[in-house]
Design a protein around this ligand. Structure first.
Ligand code: ADP
Ligand code: MG
Length: 378
């Protein structure tokens, strides 16, 4: 999330009285025998920056196109601001879509490209110029206004496409992989700008991405999709810290999964025995019967070298450092557990690299706390 929490909208999805701006009700899209989108329901609130995240082919673009009215659902309804728009054509929906390819007109100047939609709406000339100028300023492309799309960079084209979508003041803006064509640095800058812009204009954004970092940085909430279905909807923090399945846990960031089964419960905590050959103790509020097979998920940055390793220590593993990836700010260690899995641990490089304690081939014992991981049943 960008910015301190008080700058973000209050969380309307927590409020049972809040009315969603966009409501997707049991929407399915079939192409022949393929369920591109399979029984999806979602409620998205005004001012949200909502991301659909999933691997290629999971149905993101199809869902977005149905929201825009460019595809007709095979079943289900779509409501915008309380009105059923399922059978309403695209140009009559309060929606604008920015395509993956940007689709700028090559023969028109930047200014004309941005103005295009307003001309179609037959807005008076003075108002058109004013709104175009405002958008060019906002996106810092005013000095490019006389150029054609082939005379500007990929990042600048992306801004023009965004200006063209925003100038119409849509209530709902749909973005399909909006930053896909940008290099890493420019993408990061644009992510921040996009969030600022969205907050200033109060538009509801629904974006599609396969880039988890992008979704994490920009979104109020993320829906993770797999094979046409939504598998989890939550805030970036919720998705990262409390994934509801192995699939989501492994899709977002890296995670160590230790298989086992529940052998005891004491209060808020369960005791788990399994793969690592010693007990694990985890906070778990979900009621789980003894014997339930589970996986304990621990993110690499939640592991720490042990202060005191003991033979029956809880939540401890020991192994040999097999690989080190030095990334500057952090290093990633791959530690081979005897007769067990490879464990990944990330440590911040507080000391310069030459003074770091851990090196290749070294034995290391690691531990984690009962609250810094999840117990997964799916
Ligand atoms: P994503 O955007 O997540 O990569 P898509 O929504 O483009 O995924 O596609 C979801 C599934 O639907 C894929 O299996 C894709 O091949 C299929 N699909 C998409 N559009 C069509 C179409 N017009 N005709 C047939 N199959 C399609
Ligand atoms: Mg797509």
């Amino acid at each position: 999330m960008v910015g301190p929490p008080e700058r973000r909208l209050l969380e309307p999805w927590q409020d049972p009285k809040a009315q969603p701006y966009l409501r997707i009700e049991r929407v399915t899209k079939k192409y022949g025998d393929v369920y591109a989108v399979d029984d999806v329901s979602l409620a998205i609130f005004q001012g949200e920056f909502f991301s659909l995240l999933g691997s290629s082919g999971c149905g993101k673009t199809t869902l977005l196109r149905m929201l825009a009215g460019l595809e007709q659902p095979s079943a289900g309804r779509i409501y915008i601001d309380g009105a059923d728009v399922t059978d309403i054509p695209p140009y009559r929906r309060p929606v604008n879509m920015m395509f993956q390819s940007y689709a700028l007109f090559p023969h028109m100047s930047v200014e004309r490209n941005v103005e295009f939609g307003l001309r179609q709406e037959r807005l008076p000339r003075a108002e058109r110029s004013e709104r175009v100028a405002e958008m060019l300023d906002l996106l810092k492309i005013a000095e490019l206004r006389k150029r054609r799309p082939h005379q500007i960079s990929g990042g600048q084209r992306q801004r023009v496409a965004l200006a063209r979508a925003l100038v119409k003041h849509p209530k709902l803006l749909l973005l399909d992989e909006p930053l896909g064509a940008l290099d890493k640095k420019l993408r990061e800058n644009t992510q921040f700008e996009l969030v600022n812009l969205q907050e200033r204009l109060g538009i509801t954004f629904v974006t599609v991405t396969h880039d988890q970092e992008e979704a994490m940085t920009m979104s109020t909430r993320i829906a993770v999709m797999d094979a046409g279905q939504i598998v989890q909807v939550d805030t970036p923090t919720g998705i990262y810290e409390y994934p509801n399945s192995r699939l989501v846990a492994e899709f977002i960031g890296s995670i160590n999964l230790f298989d086992g089964k529940v052998v005891d419960r004491v209060g808020d905590e369960v005791l788990i025995e399994g793969a690592i050959g010693r007990p694990m103790r985890m906070r778990c509020l979900q009621p789980l019967a003894l014997g339930t097979p589970v996986a304990v998920g621990v993110r690499p940055e939640k592991l720490r070298p042990c202060e005191r390793y003991t033979d029956d220590g809880v939540n401890q593993v020991r192994g040999t450092v097999e690989d080190i990836a030095y990334l500057g700010d952090v290093s990633i260690y791959h530690v081979r557990i005897a007769d067990g899995p490879m464990v990944e641990m990330t440590l911040a490089n507080i000391q310069p690299r030459t003074e770091q304690a851990l090196t290749w081939g070294q034995e290391v014992a690691m531990e984690w706390s009962p609250t810094s991981g999840v117990v997964l049943t799916d």
